[in-house]
Design a protein around this ligand. Sequence first.
Ligand code: CA
Length: 643
Amino acid sequence: MNWHQACELPYYHGSDLGANPTVEGTTFKLWAPTACGVVVCLYATGTDAEPGAKELGVHEMRRGDGGVWAIVLPGNLHGTYYIYRIYFPDGRVHEVVDPYARSAGANGTRGMVVDLTQAAPDGWEQDRRPDIPAHARSVWEVHVADFSADGHSGVKPEWRGKFMGFTPDDTTLDNDGEHPTCLNYLKNLGISHVQLQPIYDYATVDESRPDGGYNWGYDPINFNVPEGSYSTDPYHGEVRIRECRTMIQALHKAGIGVIMDVVYNHTYRHENVLNHVMPGYFFRENEDGSYSDGSGCSNEFASERPMARRYLIDSVLYWAKEYHLDGFRFDLMEIYDVETMNLLRAALDELPGGESILMYGEPWKGGPSVLQQPAANKDALSLLDDRIGVFCDNTRDAIKGHCFYAREAGYVNGRPDMFPEIRAAVTAWCCSDALPEHAPGQIVSYVSAHDNYTLWDKLLLVRTDHPDYNVFDPAVLAENRLAAGIYLTCMGIPFLQAGEEFARTKKGEDNSYASSALLNQLDWKRTAACQGLVEYYRGLIGLRNAFPRLSAPDPDTPRAVRFLPVEAPLVGWVLPAGPERAAWKALCVFYNPLAETRVVSLPEGRWKLLSDGTTSALWQGESTVCTGEFSLPSCSAVIFGLL
Ligand code: CA
């Protein structure tokens, strides 16, 4: 099927696809325009292996307008499990979970009818997205299981690795009452948003076993269903919804926004809910009829086709509305066409407070794609809405070296000649020819994410092939601080992988998506071992928030940065505070990647030393006031504020 053929199929304009229970009855609606018959099969349980398993009836649905099959059954069927059996003219029969299913039984093989009011925690109606100003944004990326699985996390055993692991706000390392962990730790660190690796229902972890394995979850099966292995009870579909919402509620209560990592770019296996409902429609094909594989995961989603676009937008809006999410991170965003992303932005903006919902993604893909329309990649930055951002690999690799080649260094660890790229990174590449015209708020500034080496591993691997990941070499810690000192003073949205701030290690594993939980999980003991580094990140995040212009989304702001005439490879710059209230009249920042001290001249004025490269909380107290010359420590980022 090509785009033109897809456009000839009927389009459904209603907003009621799926199973909608009310007091009067439950309506089932499915878009399946090429089917010749559809029945809905009801069950008491999510699988046949459970006590009480029973078929509750089979009901023939009727074809209506827009290629939609529908039926209304009496009563509120909340808690009833269901599948559709779809008959095609060529004799094929598909049994399939509703692509719009709100929940499912264990392992997602049957959908569940959900009355969302019956799957809400206490106080859910009062839950609101926290009001986080643009200048205070910083994103911390974590996997649900990684967050609290550690036996030292202070979280009770039955909640470790689950949605509920995010809910206690007073946990400490082994309950020592001293070193905060989990949510308690995040409140202390000061980040504004948590980005969760996939929380929709994915395939690879066996939900029916407590030791069902570990996976990052980039293998979606049911896009609108929360993952069952993160709930305390995967057999009762309302539990995962309630617990997922409880997690979000707890983060919101702490003033932290929640960003969901969404992976519509492909679906696990060709035999999936979308392909079974409308074969060939939702995935792009090569001319020979084989699947195009721009995701590198065997297929690619055809976002440009009207009902596929519709599905993506409906799904994101559903999560935004029903889970009160604060942002969406798009995996392999280059798979999607620009128009779909801009339409989604506009649709999110329509929601109450929707303009504050963040949207950004990976501006790349996993293989060649057959998409004919402009793709949502870096080349399309100027076509994308200026509130759709991209992960900036230019900044990432310039600071600490190439993400794939372990031994390749960047500015902080052996390639000081990369100072031009660092200068470009400071202004979010807005004053550079490397990227098309864009707003600084479109750039996600970072050095580590779940993919590739952790920052700590990368810094060690550049030095030696076989490092000891548990030795905290002061020289490597200095490189780490300089790396953080750079991207946390760059314009755009700062982003970090959970644990970057306590030298997280995966022992040199650069793709741990299916590695052990032990290798992946946060080792909370490390926060005590690396307390100085944690404090350094904390101080920088606070400092950044005290100087709003650094995060200003306004496209003119980058041009207000004045680079100082320092000797290469040093970088020095000044940014006046601008009209917004700020703690200092201007910020002056120097990066010294060399192994020796270097003397620089401060611009005219009295400058308060805010961060000396080791201690970043100097700005909070009475600190040295400097004028004239200053000696920058080796391998450091030093920050001043104009009094
Ligand atoms: Ca699952």
